[in-house]
Unconditional design. Structure first.
Length: 158
């Protein structure tokens, strides 16, 4: 395995950065002043640390939405089997607007993608015209979401 193929090593985080991340996982809108009180730093020091975490790709602060409440009537996971190299297929799938999650897997499928669609027709069109036509895709299986029971982003830090 070359260094380009080796898994990413987690960023070394000091205890203060870990607490900052945990605070933001609990409430992404918490003020830097409030975090500062928890970790014993000034607002400016917390702001600088958060910016370094953002710049390093350790942290991303976003608003998580419920697609169903925004007019997207169908969410699904699509399992994809690939013949040949997986990376070019994954890269092509990443570029599709309706795809919000791409993971290379081991097991029955080579790639899993989560899609958010406006309708069943949109899902059918996406899978038939965009996903199944990607060179290297040999099979797909659609797992339509009936109910989202849990989605969390607060797994803490190690």
């Amino acid at each position: 395995m070359t260094s380009a193929e080796s898994p990413k090593t987690p960023a070394a985080l000091d205890p203060i950065n870990k607490v900052i991340i945990e605070q933001l996982q609990q409430d992404g809108r918490i003020s830097y002043a409030a975090i500062g009180k928890v970790v014993g730093l000034s607002e400016a020091a917390v702001r600088a640390r958060v910016q370094r975490l953002l710049d390093a790709g350790v942290l991303q602060i976003i608003g998580v939405t419920n697609p169903m409440e925004l007019g997207f009537a169908r969410q699904a996971m699509v399992g994809i089997k690939v013949s040949g190299p997986i990376e070019p297929v994954a890269a092509t799938l990443e570029a599709l607007e309706a795809v919000d999650y791409v993971v290379v897997t081991a097991g029955s499928f080579d790639i899993l993608v989560e899609v958010v669609c406006e309708s069943d027709h949109h899902l059918l069109e996406l899978v038939s015209s965009s996903i199944r036509t990607v060179p290297g895709v040999i099979a797909t299986e659609i797992f339509m979401y009936l109910e989202l029971r849990k989605q969390t982003y607060s797994w803490g830090v190690r």
